[in-house]
Design a protein around this ligand. Sequence first.
Ligand SMILES: [Mg+2]
Length: 244
Amino acid sequence: MIIERSFASGVGHIASALSIIDMLAVLWGAVRRKDDRFILCKGHAALALYAVLRWKDEITPAQFDSFCADGSAFGQHPEPGIPTVDFATGSLGQGLSVGCGLALGMRARGEAGRVFCLLSDGECDEGQVWEAAAFAGHHRLDRLTALVDANGLQALGRTRDVLDLSPLRDKFGAFRWDATEVDGHDHAALEKALTRPGTDGRPRMVVCRTVQGKGVSFMEDALEWHYRNLSPELKDRALAELAP
Ligand SMILES: [Mg+2]
């Protein structure tokens, strides 16, 4: 769905979408409940979110196919008005703070839901992420779960070269999060990590080791595919490689 839609719409961020699609599939397929909220902090990977919403019949085929068309609500970055989207993302670093506010508000109102935030690893360069991390740990926001798409790449380079924040799990642990690390393409491991019991009221962090462009050999871990679009030949190759 991601490859075909991206090719038809002529819009990229395909590799970022493939990086997180397994995480979203597990969230939507096995973890998320009706009262839960979700924030795609790395808004540029919105096509993966739209694909999952289509998969679960939360949007129509026509809505999915309108991706990036004139007048469509389904742009490169998600905006309110789209199912599950409460907050426009795309400006990196802001989503986790909104997640903290949602979690705190839900607790104050005695509501049952949980909050899931999906960040990119490059996004953790933003200082606001760490302000939110400190806030969530201090307030023991145990209904908050963050996932980091740790693919090791960001727009202009490798995360370890731009700003090395490894090991992310330990850094969030220092802010009083219950932090773990899993293979972000292993559905069983993701489900286990996302449903594990909490510890001492701590927010949960799941650092997901991923491969940008997962499943398409010429895209995997290739920096230029952060932005590139598919030619007809490369589209056919990608579909052939992803075929079950
Ligand atoms: Mg990244």
